[in-house]
Write a protein that binds this ligand. Structure first.
Ligand code: SAM
Length: 275
């Protein structure tokens, strides 16, 4: 029999120096996120999305007065019933947590979820978006959001990448961090796994020989994107079935990583997306 979850405590915090607030602030650093396995999501919508998708919420911080709003109060009640600590905080505390002058009124501390390659199930997959060495958290968050919008199956982070649970990345997902499965894998493990995946791997490359609008895309498939600085490594490019290129009409050499992911992904999913 499972132990019933006890409702979490409710406390009021007025000083940014409070140890619980210091711990939340420390989650701005990757080292602390890695040590604790936690991350911060800001805003009532994001927190409600996380709870709706059953992500474990450890602490919910609400600006004083927020509990008078019915949706915020319901969200806090849900989190508390699942064991989260509820902190009601003064404006200086909210500013300290979010490091902003006009802070969000709700901040949730959630447990991270990163999956392994065995989560990529070809029987149910549409397109998985694979990113080699993505560096920019804003790009990564935008790609997770775009993957959500286009009905992709998830995002695979290959090699040394930025942290999907960084504040800036989570902000850029606009809540999609809670909807889109994220897999993390070492480059060598991805390359060893790739031959067992039954669908095509479509790489995007400035020197691609194929216009991205011409292939007859099949699913399941993988869309493989290169790093912001130097594109796909030779080893990753060699693992692709085709390398597609998005035409560049003007003077720019390349497109932004998130923009090119969106263009290629929607083209691959064209005909499978509803009106
Ligand atoms: N200097 C880098 C290079 O030589 O590849 C530019 C990388 S670009 C900013 C980042 C990634 O976006 C690329 O690796 C590729 O995946 C994708 N990308 C950007 N523009 C593209 C284009 N016109 N055609 C195909 N892929 C593109």
């Amino acid at each position: 029999m499972s132990t019933p979850v006890r409702p979490g405590p409710v406390r009021s915090v007025t000083a940014p120096s409070n140890p619980a607030i210091k711990d939340i602030r420390a989650l701005a650093q990757r080292k602390h996120r890695a040590e604790t396995g936690l991350f911060v999501a800001e805003g009532l919508k994001l927190v409600a999305d996380g709870l709706a998708k059953d992500w474990a919420c450890e602490t919910l911080v609400m600006a004083e007065g927020m509990l008078e709003h019915p949706f915020a109060a319901r969200t806090a009640a849900t989190a508390r019933a699942r064991g989260a600590t509820i902190l009601t905080a003064s404006a200086p505390v909210m500013e300290a947590i979010t490091r902003r002058e006009n802070p969000q009124s709700v901040v949730g501390v959630f447990r991270q979820r990163l999956l392994k390659l065995d989560a990529v199930d070809p029987r149910t997959a549409t397109v998985w978006v694979a990113l080699e060495g993505v560096r920019d958290p804003g790009n990564l968050g935008t790609i997770i959001r775009t993957a959500d919008g286009a009905g992709a199956s998830g995002v695979i982070l290959i090699g040394d990448t930025t942290d999907p649970f960084a504040l800036e990345a989570v902000r850029a997902t606009m809540g999609s961090i809670f909807h889109v499965p994220v897999v993390k894998v070492r480059s060598e493990d991805f390359l060893a796994w790739r031959p067992g995946f039954p669908g095509p791997v479509v790489g995007t490359h400035l020197k691609g020989s194929v216009d991205y609008r011409t292939p007859d895309y099949r699913e399941p498939s993988i869309l493989l994107m290169g790093t912001e600085q130097s594109g796909l490594t030779d080893a990753m490019a060699a693992a692709c079935d085709i390398l597609v290129r998005i035409p560049m009409a003007g003077g720019a050499d390349s497109l932004n990583l998130a923009v090119s992911t969106g263009i290629a992904l929607y083209e691959m999913r064209r005909g499978r997306l509803g009106a």
